[in-house]
Design a protein around this ligand. Sequence first.
Ligand code: ADP
Length: 253
Amino acid sequence: ELSVSLPKLGKDEIGGLGESIRVLASDLDILKNERNEFLASISHELRTPLTYIKGYADIARRQDTSDADKDTYLGIIFEESVKLSKLVKELFNLAKMDENTFSIEKEEVHLQPYFQSIVEKVSPALKEHHLELFLECSAGLYAQIDPIRFEQVILNLLDNARKYSEPFTKISLIVSEESGKTHIKVIDQGRGIPEEDLPRIFERFYRVDKSRARSLGGTGLGLAIVKQLVESHGGTVAVTSSKYAGTTFEIVL
Ligand code: ADP
């Protein structure tokens, strides 16, 4: 009976099968290339802070370096170490997400107090940059989220809004419910993202202005983590932006 149900492959089908295998194999090649590119990016990203640390440590330990210069160099070494540990931590989190060895523990969360407490947490840091954060969230909204992981999503988006905004502009966090779905928007009035970069900003290590993003303390992984976390909540994240007119990230759960 088994032999009856097996498709008889004619010459065309065999050709078709060969074609599918070829397509599959080239997909695998793409995966392999992506992995190689990713590894190359990682080593580059690790090497950059290490180069600073090594270089400045070397000058700082020279006999003829003044104490004042030493202080400056130690400051740089410290900052670069902070960047390095952030990068390692984020890479580790992404690796865990890739392997699915981390779990999302969803619970029913009352959104108004939840977002209010996030706003209270980040507002002082934003104030230091002369940025004001406004929250708009109606009372009585609930959503099934992992409160800790989802906070990471919002913190990453707010941190970007801070990094890419000019002082004395505003940032809004708007939470609403539309046709049974929760919409969360983070809106800034910052420099915006050029249209040609928009499709790529969720990629790991993709940055519009590499050196500038780096000097702002960015790792290039923030949005990749946002996307992974939102998707593991079963949601979507989208971006709209225009140069110099600000950026909106919208999450739908
Ligand atoms: P980074 O650590 O460099 O901020 P992200 O993954 O968080 O990395 O973001 C990727 C890039 O997208 C950033 O380098 C920046 O160019 C751009 N970007 C992200 N958020 C914003 C924003 N709110 N306004 C302008 N550009 C942004």
